[in-house]
Write a protein that binds this ligand. Structure first.
Ligand SMILES: NC(=O)c1ccc[n+]([C@@H]2O[C@H](COP(=O)([O-])OP(=O)(O)OC[C@H]3O[C@@H](n4cnc5c(N)ncnc54)[C@H](OP(=O)(O)O)[C@@H]3O)[C@@H](O)[C@H]2O)c1
Length: 260
């Protein structure tokens, strides 16, 4: 199926590894040029080279998206380097886990600074360019925004706020011709997941397969997700083929979320 993305331009935040890297590569495979954002310039360069090998153009913008000025700088640089902007994927995120009574004001502010305000500022700066071409925004939030977890108060609250932001921006997007949708992944098998699995192996002394199965059973799913699955859904959401998709918050979590 041709998604009609060839020749278009995307910004992907958190593109240096994990889900964001998979998204950037998938969009390039669909023929998009991609602006890559994260703090590590070295890792971004590796992704840039992989995209070059696919025959598409990529530019790397190392930036700390907690800096309030960074998103507007990235949007201006993308438009300068790649000439247009059709898609923003707000993926960068890192929120501290832990007991509510141990989490500080700084932990809360830090979680919101990157994942929530980074997405707000990036989308606001990009909006006029997206409006000019009938573009789209995809937010990678997380299913912790649907179901409370005592150890995930910050991340869950940020993800829930992003869900409502999606609805508010979609309401504006109806008038402006910009589509805004969100994916709520469950656990995805990134490097971070592998480190968590290894910790469980070290702590319990069970084998890796048994550790995986215990985690899987605790989450009541058949398996965990792969970064490429999130990337495939982003590509479809960005495509005009599903132009009726507006303001959707889609759980991609193997059925873990059982509420409406
Ligand atoms: N993996 C999961 O199981 C899962 C589940 C649900 C939701 N999610 C969400 O999906 C998104 C991606 O997750 P992931 O697992 O792929 O994360 P990850 O492997 O930790 O990657 C995070 C990305 O964000 C970038 N980043 C971190 N802090 C940044 C900052 N201050 N400024 C700019 N970029 C920054 C990182 O690069 P640098 O460190 O170089 O800056 C990296 O590229 C996150 O928003 C996460 O909350 C993940």
């Amino acid at each position: 199926m041709d998604l009609g993305l060839a020749g278009k331009v995307a910004i992907v935040t958190g593109a240096s590894r994990g889900i964001g890297r998979a998204i950037a590569l998938r969009l390039a495979a669909e023929g998009m040029d991609v602006a890559l954002v994260a703090r590590s310039g070295t890792l971004l360069d590796e992704v840039r080279r992989e995209i070059d090998a696919l025959g598409r153009e990529a530019v790397a913008f190392p930036a700390d998206l907690r800096d309030p000025e960074a998103p507007a700088r990235v949007v201006a640089a993308t438009s300068g380097a790649l000439g247009r902007l059709d898609l923003v994927v707000n993926n960068a995120g890192a929120t501290k886990r832990g007991d509510f009574l141990a989490l500080t004001d700084e932990d809360w502010a830090d979680g919101f600074a990157l994942k929530f305000f980074g997405a707000v500022r990036m989308t606001r700066a990009a909006w006029p360019l997206l409006q000019a071409v009938g573009g789209a925004v995809v937010i990678i939030a997380g299913n912790g925004g649907r179901t409370g977890d005592r150890e995930f108060a910050i991340g869950g609250t940020v993800n829930a706020a992003l869900g409502l932001l999606t609805k508010a921006l979609a309401d504006r997007g109806i008038a402006d011709g910009v589509r805004v949708n969100t994916i709520n992944p469950g656990i995805v098998e990134t490097d971070r997941f592998q480190a968590r699995l290894k910790r469980l192996v070290d702590e319990t002394g069970v084998g890796e397969a048994e550790a995986y199965d215990r985690m899987r059973a605790a989450h009541r799913v058949a398996r965990f997700g792969r970064p490429e699955e999130v990337a495939d859904l982003v590509a479809v959401m960005a495509s005009g083929r599903v132009g009726y998709l507006q303001g959707a918050v889609v759980d991609l979590d193997g059925g873990e979320t059982r509420t409406l």
